[in-house]
Ligand binder design. Structure first.
Ligand SMILES: Nc1ncnc2c1ncn2[C@@H]1O[C@H](COP(=O)(O)OP(=O)(O)OP(=O)(O)O)[C@@H](O)[C@H]1O
Ligand SMILES: [Mg+2]
Length: 362
């Protein structure tokens, strides 16, 4: 179902991402060791990644880094996630386990794999080395996929921070049969974390493949809605469809959200309700920003103050507090890094129109 609100996992449910899927195919066949998938929130990164992994016919490890946000950024959770994934691989690629069994600190049970990393000198890299050995002996590639990888910057181990970019760079240099795919919705934050342009970063200067997941154009958005509605046997009036197209600007997540709700209760009132809910949802996300200044900056942009100077003045007026130039710049740069706004020709723009609507009303 196109309007299934969960991330899609099969190609039949994934609308119009054939080009992106073939780019991922090309990457595992002949690309660099690392693919970075960028895209703003709700654009369909997870869906693309999951459909690809399901179809590619290779062993893969999938780590959803948002789980760290919920359960803590500890090494134990990372190992737990690895155990679950490796245990899943057993079903189809049983011999992988034999390669892991030889590692000190790995306990293989009938239905579990346990990492005894606290007692034994075991590292994540050791595990990847063994996966690479298996892949090399079996003429395969093993894919390590990390969704929302920018969150890995908070990973902590026994003695301090775990630098996941160091692990990636080791694999990049030494393990021919391991490939990484990482995604991120905070595009600038992910870039900073990976540090391709930072001489102090492990991944400095590394060649990588990149893929940007973009919004649907208006025609595709309309077609997506039509197909979705015909699947659930509902036909909304074209005035409603056009209103939705105007308001969500091709973001698949919002099209899906609206389609799902409308199919369940097809009535004109639901449009208002859905948009109110969507705005509530984004405001919850916005409230996690470091301070109210960020929200005011968004509000300023949403009501038409698009230039640096005007945004600064608006924030100062609303907060009754002077801002230095450096503070203003930092606020705007952070919002750009979080992929909430973009800067073009010296004007700032909010990337998600639902966020723009929501902050305008604050
Ligand atoms: N190409 C697509 N075809 C069908 N549904 C899609 C497509 N892209 C996204 N969706 C739907 O949109 C919603 C958001 O998709 P998904 O979770 O994959 O996006 P995301 O970029 O990972 O979002 P987030 O940044 O919030 O994690 C989901 O309900 C998903 O089913
Ligand atoms: Mg996602």
């Amino acid at each position: 179902m196109l309007f299934d609100p969960r991330p899609k996992t099969s190609r039949g449910e994934l609308y119009d991402r054939d080009v992106e899927l073939s780019m991922l195919d090309g990457f595992v066949e002949s690309g660099s060791p690392l693919m970075v998938v960028f895209g703003i929130r709700r654009i369909g990164k997870t869906s693309l990644l999951r459909v690809f992994l399901n179809e590619v016919g290779l062993p893969y490890i999938y780590i959803d880094a948002r789980v760290f946000e919920e359960q803590g950024f500890g090494k134990d959770l990372l190992y737990r996630m690895l155990s679950i994934e490796l245990n899943r691989l057993r079903g189809k690629w049983a011999s992988i386990i034999e390669y892991l069994r030889v590692l000190e600190g790995v306990e293989v049970g009938a239905t579990t794999i346990r990492f005894n990393w606290r007692k034994k000198p075991l590292s994540i890299t050791d595990v990847f080395v063994r996966l690479d050995d298996w892949a090399s002996d079996n003429g395969r590639v093993v894919v390590i996929a990390v969704d929302e990888a920018q969150l890995l910057r908070y990973l902590k181990g026994g003695k301090g921070r775990i630098d996941f970019t160091k692990i990636i760079s080791y694999c990049y240099d030494n393990l021919r049969n391991i490939k990484f795919i990482v995604t991120g919705s905070e595009i600038g934050v992910l870039k900073d974390f990976l540090g391709f342009d930072n001489p102090n970063s492990w991944l400095y200067g590394r060649i990588r493949d990149e893929l940007v997941v973009d919004r649907f154009d208006r025609e595709k958005s309309r077609d997506f809605l039509e197909k979705g509605f015909s699947e659930c046997g509902v036909k909304p009036p074209s005035s409603i469809v056009e209103e939705v197209l105007d308001r969500v600007d091709g973001i698949p997540g919002w099209l899906t959200y609206f389609g799902y709700k409308y199919c369940r209760r097809p009535s004109p009132e639901i449009v208002k309700e859905v948009f109110s809910e969507a705005k509530r949802l984004v405001l919850e996300e916005i409230r996690k920003l470091p301070s109210k200044y960020y929200v005011y900056a968004l509000k300023a942009i949403s009501i038409g103050y698009k230039q640096w100077k005007n945004i600064k003045q608006a924030i100062e007026l609303w907060t009754n507090h002077p801002l230095t130039n450096a503070q203003t710049t930092r606020i705007l740069q952070t919002l750009v890094k979080l992929s909430l706004i973009e800067k073009e020709d010296n004007e700032y723009k909010i990337l998600d129109p639902i966020i723009a609507e929501a902050v305008k009303e604050l």
